[in-house]
Structures are given as C-alpha cells and as structure tokens.
Design a protein around this ligand. Structure first.
Ligand SMILES: [Ca+2]
Ligand SMILES: [Ca+2]
Length: 311
C-alpha cells in the first residue's frame, strides 16, 4: 500500500512562501492556515477500509477522490471490454481453426479413402498383370521348346532330303540315268528267264517302256542294231501282251515287225508252248518287236534292266 501526504500552508500577514518544515510556534505568530490531503493507493485495488464513502460535494477532498475513482472505473471498464474482445477474438479464432481443421480432416480422410481404393485397384491389376506375365512366360517357354524341336526335325529332314536327292540321281556303276530311272544294257546274252533273274538280282527288272521319250532314249544308246529282251510277255494269256507290272501293251503304234507276234512253236512243233516273250530290235533309228522263246538255250539275247535310283 502507498500513502500520499501533502500539505499547503497559507499566511495571512506574511506573503512570503510557507515552509513545510516550520515549527508550530510560527503558526501562532503569523496566523497560518494549513490544508492537508492524505490519499491511499494500492496495486491490488482499494481495500474495504479504503473504499470511498459517500461523496460530499462540499468537501474538496471528496471531489478529487471522486475523479480518481471515476478514472479507475473507466480503466477497469476499458480493461474488461478489452478482455472480453480479446476472449471473443480468441474464441472466434479457435472456432475458425476448429472448423478448418475439421474440414481438412474430412478432406484428408476422403482423399485417404480414395488413395486406398486406388491402391487396392492397382494391387489387383498388378496381380492380374503378374499372372498374365507368368502365363505368357510359360507359353513362351513352350513355344521355344516347340521351335527347338521343329528346328531339330527340320535339320533331320534336310539331312534325309539331301541323302534322298543324292540317291535320286545316283545310279550304280555301269548303269545310266534317265528321267528318274537307271538303265543297264547287258553286254552278254541270256535267255529271257535268265535275263530277268539277273535284273532282279540287281534290285531291278526287265525294262518297261511307257513313252516314246523313253523309247527314244533306249534307241540313242545303241550305235548299231542289237536285240534286247524287254519286260513284255503273253505267257499268262496267249495273245494278250502285258508288261511285267501288269499293264497292257498300248497299240497302236504297232511296233511288231512283219507277221510278229506269230507264237512260232519251232521246227516240227518242238516247242508246243510257242513264243511268249518279247525281244526288241534296237538301233539308233530302229525299234521293232517280235516274240521269241522265253527259256530256250538256243535263243539268247542281251537285255535291258530298269531300276529306281539309289538301288
Ligand atoms: Ca505267245
Ligand atoms: Ca515270233
């Protein structure tokens, strides 16, 4: 608590200034008037004993005290109003912050939910892609295995094809190749039956002539005129000439010479079975047929064998 004391001294007969420290005896001599004021102030506010009492307008000290109190109340009101405004502002800010935070929280939660849903979809798509990738990898492996097998088969087939092509154009020594066939012209003579046996022993048979081109090839191989047994006979049925493969002799053109085939039975009918095998008279410009004995030692001729290449 702070105590304020002040005194003012007025002298009626002396105009000189009063002095606060003068002794009481001077007042008696000069008839002095003293006005004193005592005031109390406290930082925590007036105590009940210091509260102003009823104001007396005639009392100058009450007026001053009234002014002081009025000023203090104004300050209190101002402070109170300021505090209220401050509290209102703080509450308003807190409210705004709370609403903003709530809105942000809801938006964040909504965004988080969307992110979670999208992440779930992406995980599902990722699983599907992984499954597809595994399937494609498996299919690719199978295709690679199939390609390897096909390549191996291709190499084998190529090798076989080369072997077959080599064999296709290959004829044994002493044989001649023409149009996919091998031909052998004998240099010695045998009966028709022995000649056929010799051809079969080589994996061939007596020649079967199926075209004029083949006939021309045979003619071109002879410098002079020669007789050769061929694979043509009527032994199965007299007068019906068939090649060894069973096909019937095409006529015309009529290649039989003179009155052949006459199925001659020899002198004094020594060979009653007659002539059942065909022999060709072959030269560069000659191709004629006649029938003769198939297995008579006195009737021997050269022969032509025919075979497939690679025999
Ligand atoms: Ca005959
Ligand atoms: Ca004859």
């Amino acid at each position: 608590m702070e105590t304020i004391y002040s005194s003012v001294v007025f002298k009626k007969n002396n105009t000189s200034e009063a002095r606060d420290a003068e002794p009481p005896k001077a007042a008696a001599a000069n008839e002095e008037v003293v006005y004193s004021t005592l005031a109390f102030s406290s930082p925590a506010g007036p105590s009940p004993s210091n509260l102003p009492g009823p104001v007396d307008p005639a009392d100058p000290s009450d007026g001053a005290r009234t002014k002081v109190m009025t000023k203090a109340r104004s300050k209190d009101r101002l402070l109170f109003v300021s505090l209220c405004a401050l509290l209102f502002a703080v509450a308003l800010i807190i409210g705004v912050l709370y609403i903003s935070r709530k809105i942000l929280h809801e938006e964040f939660a909504r965004s988080l939910t969307e992110v979670w849903v999208n992440m779930t979809h992406l995980e599902r798509e990722n699983r599907d892609l992984l499954n597809n990738n595994n399937n494609l990898t498996s299919q690719l492996s199978e295709m690679n295995r199939s390609i390897e097998q096909l390549q191996a088969e291709k190499e084998n087939l190529t090798s076989e094809l080369q072997t077959l092509m080599a064999k296709a154009n290959h004829c044994a020594e002493g044989w001649k190749f023409y149009s996919g066939k091998c031909y052998y012209f004998s240099t010695y003579k045998k009966t028709w039956t022995a000649s056929r046996d010799a051809c079969v022993a080589e994996g061939a048979d007596l020649v079967i002539i199926t075209s004029t081109e083949e006939q021309d090839f045979l003619k071109s191989q002879c410098l002079g005129i020669e007789h050769y047994w061929i694979g043509l006979t009527d032994a199965v049925k007299e007068g019906v000439w068939r090649w060894l493969d069973g096909t019937k002799l095409n006529e015309p053109p009529w290649y039989w010479t003179g009155n052949e085939p006459d199925n001659w039975k020899g002198y004094l009918n020594g060979y009653p079975e007659g002539e059942d095998c065909a022999v060709m008279q072959l030269g560069s410009n000659t191709y004629q047929l006649q029938d003769a004995f198939c297995d008579v030692a006195s009737k021997i001729c050269k022969y032509v064998c025919e075979a497939k290449p690679g025999m």
